[in-house]
Design a binder for this molecule. Structure first.
Ligand code: 9UX
Length: 72
């Protein structure tokens, strides 16, 4: 079954960077959907836990250049 994760992403203030975060997460295996909300600094991700996990997603967001915290 799929799983949902919500991350707080700090310092992400422009649409271009939100798009970069979304694109990077969607490139991972096992991602069903990634929705980045730049106004609220949140990234919601639906994923398949057999293929990817919260920490890998979190590190991928950080690799784009933003601090990310799993909040839910
Ligand atoms: Mo963006 Mo930043 O493309 O402070 S969120 S530059």
């Amino acid at each position: 079954a799929e799983k949902k994760a919500l991350f707080a992403v700090s310092g992400m203030t422009c649409a271009a960077c939100a798009g970069s975060v979304e694109k990077a997460v969607k490139r991972l295996p096992g991602i069903r959907e990634a929705i980045v909300d730049v106004l609220n600094g949140r990234a919601q991700v639906l994923f398949y836990p057999n293929f990817v996990n919260e920490e890998t997603i979190r590190e991928t967001i950080e690799d784009v250049g933003f601090e990310a915290t799993l909040i839910q």
